[in-house]
Design a protein around this ligand. Structure first.
Ligand code: PLP
Length: 299
């Protein structure tokens, strides 16, 4: 098993002062790095991105960086220095690639914490590169999902932006609790539903539904994270003779769909084969085309 690599980012945001040396440094991933008073630890007060790494390259690199900047703005965090993040993540990946010779896929997860509450330090960041689990069964055989109430209306991005719907914060305890509830109900994953009855996204993935010759995904404006993997699928859809639509999707449409998927950077496209115990059509050929496209990307 290849060893993960860690790069700590001492000056992750623009205009941060302190030290003339490099804004980041390689560290031992098994050694402690954060204090117990760091706000990422005590409040989940920070943001992150997880990107797929293939043949030493970070896929959808610029879009992940832009999404980090968007998340920072929505949490009133200082603006992340994207050049520093680009260099630091590449350094982590290069070190991991050297350690993981012959490994086709991996991931890099990078974070920005608001900093240490007691010490009053500015924001700190890190980039952690490592192997990914084997997702081939979920990609090929599909996943059973349950629909779970997210308890938020699709209006909240407008009416209550402090609820951070659709923002990639470090506070994923709710998402993890939803996945445990799915397991209790005999499923592997979740599609969240808004209080006004619209399907949203998975706890770590985007929902795509095929309705005839259209691929449909919920609009980011209703409080879902804009997915980089879904965007790559949508960019290719016209070449497959499919239209793309960002619009509302309800449970009835999912149950009658010609195919449905949860997509994300490391798991790629996992077909949904069951919803709340009801079988769903699995589009085997489109699934393999999606995953062939997604696994062939080098950018
Ligand atoms: N929605 C949520 C809530 C997520 O956490 C993620 C990824 O982790 C996604 C969607 C999928 O985004 P991407 O395809 O960019 O990985």
């Amino acid at each position: 098993m290849a060893t993960a690599t860690l790069v700590m980012i001492d000056r992750p945001t623009r205009g941060q002062i302190g030290g003339d040396g490099a804004p980041y440094r390689r560290e031992d991933p098994l050694a402690p790095q954060l204090r117990v008073t760091d706000l990422a630890v005590t409040r989940g007060d920070g943001i992150f991105e997880t990107a797929m790494v293939r043949e030493g390259r970070i896929l959808a690199e610029e879009r992940h960086l832009r999404r980090l900047a968007r998340s920072a703005a929505m949490l009133d965090l200082p603006e992340p220095d994207l050049e520093v993040y680009r260099d630091a993540t590449r350094a982590a990946v290069a070190a991991f690639g050297a350690a993981a010779e012959g490994m086709a896929e991996g991931m890099v997860k990078y974070c920005l914490s608001r900093g240490d509450e007691e010490l009053g330090t500015g924001p700190v960041g890190w980039a952690y590169a490592g192997p990914t689990p084997d997702f081939s069964a979920a990609r090929e055989e599909g996943i059973a999902v349950v629909l779970l109430d997210r308890g938020l209306s699709t209006e909240v991005p407008e009416t209550a932006p402090w609820l951070l719907a659709g923002v990639k914060t470090l506070a994923y305890a709710v998402n993890k609790a939803a996945l445990r509830e799915a397991r209790r109900r005999g499923a592997q994953d979740v599609v969240f539903v808004s209080t006004d009855g619209l399907l949203l996204e998975g706890p770590t993935s985007t929902l795509i539904v095929r309705v005839g010759d259209a691929l449909v995904t919920p609009r980011p404006q209703i409080g879902v994270l804009p997915g980089t993997t879904q965007e790559d699928v949508f960019a290719q859809a016209p070449a497959w003779g499919l239209r793309t639509e960002y619009r509302d999707v309800r449970e009835s449409e999912l149950l009658a769909a010609d195919g449905a998927w949860l997509t994300s950077s490391t798991r790629l496209a996992c077909p949904i084969r069951r919803v709340d115990g009801a079988d769903l059509a699995v589009d085997v050929s489109l699934t393999s085309r999606m995953n062939a496209l997604l696994t062939a990307r080098t950018a």
